[in-house]
Write a protein that binds this ligand. Structure first.
Ligand code: PLI
Length: 467
């Protein structure tokens, strides 16, 4: 008798949303009109939408029921107190400040915790996080381990911070020159790679010696907890909820985009232990987000979020979620497609630099590959490479990070394994025909977060994928 047992999702489908199929000619015209930027495609022309896992999850019947319990009072909504309880219980921070989404929390934290000129070391950058740090006058400094910049390294915790790099920075600028350490868990731009609890605790000890605060980007911290449980010795018997609390105990607070782990379509929060810092953040909050008990969210959204937080730490849910990502990743690896390893938490990241070795970086191979994938099958993905990195603040030159990736991001509880098969087949076919993919050049380049709205043309001809 075979000992192998498959896993399956701990839910069944109650309602379906129809998808529109398109022809190749329709997709060629759509991507041209979108300036070869998948962010600019109308979603009605997308078949399988792997642009992001942000706000794209399917809510549970309990969350939908929670929407009906929305208390839309301007002040003191009942749902705020449910949210506060859920954050205190699962993340452990005392002060809970709801925000419309993650970047709202990043804005508030950056404004109250960064003095102009200070450094903000972090385990690789995230686009909106770094942008807010810079707008507040801070300077992001990358202190992630070198392996994180190598798509082919199979280090199990590529999100770890290099303690020597952090110590060197402290020696150079002094503790007063550092606003705080920003720890991403998992690290999105490295391919959804986790940080180990051992490393997080070591960072905490180092920072405590110098009186430096740590703020966690907890956006995908439950996914990170899953990797700690399944990869880091000594944690196999602990629950995800226990590991999440242990991670948060290493930090002074967190920013959260609840649109990911917490299974809601909108929402976020800033959670802190320091009441005085929270008071400063709330002073700004009423200007930029909303009153302290709703922060840009409807009461019903806060209710769905409170329920989603509790659902997110269920092991069977997370096992199926990450299992689906692994299923797609393994199919691609078996076919020889270059992807970031180990397979990450929220998506599979194609290594566009190795996929399209003949395209120079200034022809944006990842942007071109994402556009070609859409033309081939209607699967929408996202560039995470040179276009996302933007330009150097001082020199104005394009930044070309070592990682030039296309992210196939898997929404939670939305797609089936058959959708993963269709996606894999399209990527594998493109890999076999990679010489038919053309590079791109900018025709419009926005100043901030350019990847959202940039437009391109193929460097030759008028097609990114030659038939
Ligand atoms: O999109 P927001 O404003 O709710 O959250 C910003 C944000 C902060 N940190 C991390 C690690 C993120 O991944 C993140 C948003 N990520 C998006 C939108 C994504 O597609 O990955």
């Amino acid at each position: 008798m075979s000992t192998h047992r498959s896993w399956a999702e701990p839910w069944k489908v109650k309602m379906v949303e129809h998808l529109r199929m398109t022809t190749r000619a329709q997709r060629e015209s759509a991507i041209r009109e979108a300036g070869y930027n998948t962010f600019l495609l109308p979603s009605r022309l997308v078949y399988i939408d792997l642009l992001t896992d942000s706000g794209t999850s399917a809510m549970s019947d309990r969350q939908w029921a929670g929407l009906m319990l929305g208390d839309e009072a301007y002040a003191g909504s009942e749902n705020y107190y449910h949210l506060e309880d859920a954050v205190r219980e699962h993340y452990g921070f005392r002060e809970v400040i709801p925000t419309h989404q993650g970047r709202g929390a990043e804005h508030l934290l950056s404004r109250v915790a960064i003095h102009p000129g200070q450094c903000v070391p972090g385990n690789m950058y995230f686009t909106t996080t770094k942008a807010h740090q810079e707008l507040a006058g801070g300077r992001f400094v990358d202190v992630i381990i070198d392996e994180a910049h190598d798509a082919d390294s199979s280090h199990p915790f590529k999100g770890d911070i290099d303690l020597e790099k952090l110590q060197t920075l402290i020696d150079r600028v002094g503790a007063a020159g550092i606003a705080y350490v920003c720890v991403g868990a998992t690290v999105n731009m490295a391919g959804g790679q986790p940080i180990s609890l051992g490393n997080l605790r070591a960072v905490r000890a180092l920072c405590a010696r110098h009186g430096i605060r740590i703020f966690l980007d907890a956006t995908r911290a439950v996914e990170n907890a899953y990797f700690i449980k399944t990869r880091e010795p000594g944690h196999a018997d602990r629950t995800l909820a226990q590991i999440l609390r242990a991670m948060c105990e290493c930090a002074d607070g967190c920013t959260m985009s609840a649109k990911k782990d917490s299974l809601v379509n909108i929402g976020g929060f800033l959670a802190l232990n320091d009441a005085a810092l929270a008071e400063e953040a709330r002073n700004l909050m009423v200007l930029y987000e909303g009153l302290q008990t709703y922060g840009g969210l409807a009461g019903r959204d806060m209710e769905a979020l409170a329920i989603g937080i509790a659902e997110s730490v269920d092991f069977d849910h997370m096992h199926a979620r990450i299992g689906q990502v692994e299923y797609l990743g393994r199919k691609l690896l078996e076919a020889g497609v270059p992807i970031t390893r180990p397979i990450g938490g929220h998506g599979v990241f194609l290594d566009a630099a190795r996929f399209l070795p003949r395209l120079p970086r200034d022809q944006f191979p990842a942007q071109a590959l994402a556009a070609a994938l859409y033309v081939d099958s209607g699967v929408r993905s996202m560039e995470r490479g040179g276009v996302s990195a933007g330009r150097d603040q001082k020199t104005g030159e394009n930044l070309f990070p070592r990682l030039e990736l296309v992210r196939l991001t898997i929404p939670r509880r939305v797609y089936t394994q058959a959708h993963m098969d269709v996606t894999a087949e399209s990527v594998i076919a493109l890999h076999r025909n990679r010489d038919r993919i053309r590079g791109l050049k900018f025709t419009h380049e926005p100043r901030h977060l350019r990847f959202f709205q940039a437009r391109f043309d193929p460097v030759e001809g008028d097609c990114v994928l030659v038939d």
